[in-house]
Design a protein around this ligand. Structure first.
Ligand code: E4P
Length: 215
């Protein structure tokens, strides 16, 4: 499974990239707003740091505006992926961009049938929001299981990008289900590495190492 970082904070991306396991980045308007910086500047910096796919979201809600923004965003760097909302216009834009060879990430997916339409439009990625489903009393990971089944039944090329991830458990379930990508907040990436027994083990080894005769 590929690991993307879900942030527009360049410092977080730089830190996470140091691990050497980062495959890409997803941003959204809320994440860019948090930085207090201009969208274009943030995206330019991110694309310089990470060679993998960097999702940049359009703000327009109608087809022509989406396609105009998509062209502007795609001109920033070759690794930009155009993120579009799962609406009728978003699907039409996805189809246009796919036909033009532009990679897309269809976002705000909350149902398997939405995901079916996105795949038929040729989306490169579909972003089901697991955390936001959990927030309203559904099981977000159930949606991932359904997408894995449906896309597998028909050999769709669209990659399942698990989004709105809040916990390491989401990541564990995503990887067990065979999702293609999970996009993780910086804090969750850190938590994947941690285990108290690792810390205790290191302490013990270092304490015992002091007992090893040096001469
Ligand atoms: C990423 O592509 C999504 O925009 C993001 O994961 C949404 O996360 P949130 O539900 O925590 O805002």
């Amino acid at each position: 499974m590929k690991i993307f970082i879900d942030t527009a904070d360049v410092d977080e991306i730089r830190e996470a990239a140091k691990l050497g396991v980062l495959d890409g980045v997803t941003t959204n308007p809320s994440l860019v707003a948090k930085t207090g910086r201009k969208m274009r500047e943030v995206l330019e910096d991110i694309c310089e740091l990470v060679p993998g796919p960097v999702s940049a979201e359009v703000l327009s809600l109608e087809l022509d505006g989406m396609l105009r923004e998509a062209r502007e965003l795609a001109a920033i760097a070759p690794n930009i992926v155009i993120k579009l909302p799962l609406t009728a216009d978003g699907i039409r834009a996805t189809k246009h961009l796919t036909d033009d060879g532009v990679r897309t990430n269809v976002t705000l997916c909350f149902s398997p049938l939405q995901a079916l339409i996105a795949a038929k439009a040729g989306a490169t990625y579909i972003s089901p929001f697991v955390g936001r489903l959990d927030d309203v009393g559904h099981d977000g990971m159930d949606l991932i299981a359904q997408l894995v089944e449906i896309y597998g039944n028909y050999d769709f090329d669209t990659q399942i990008l698990v989004a709105s991830v809040r916990t390491p458990t989401h990541v564990l379930e995503a990887v067990r289900l065979g999702a293609d990508v999970a996009t993780l907040p910086y804090a969750v990436i850190g938590r994947l590495l941690q285990h108290p027994l690792t810390d205790i083990g290191i302490e013990r080894f270092l304490a015992d190492a002091k007992k090893i005769p040096t001469s």
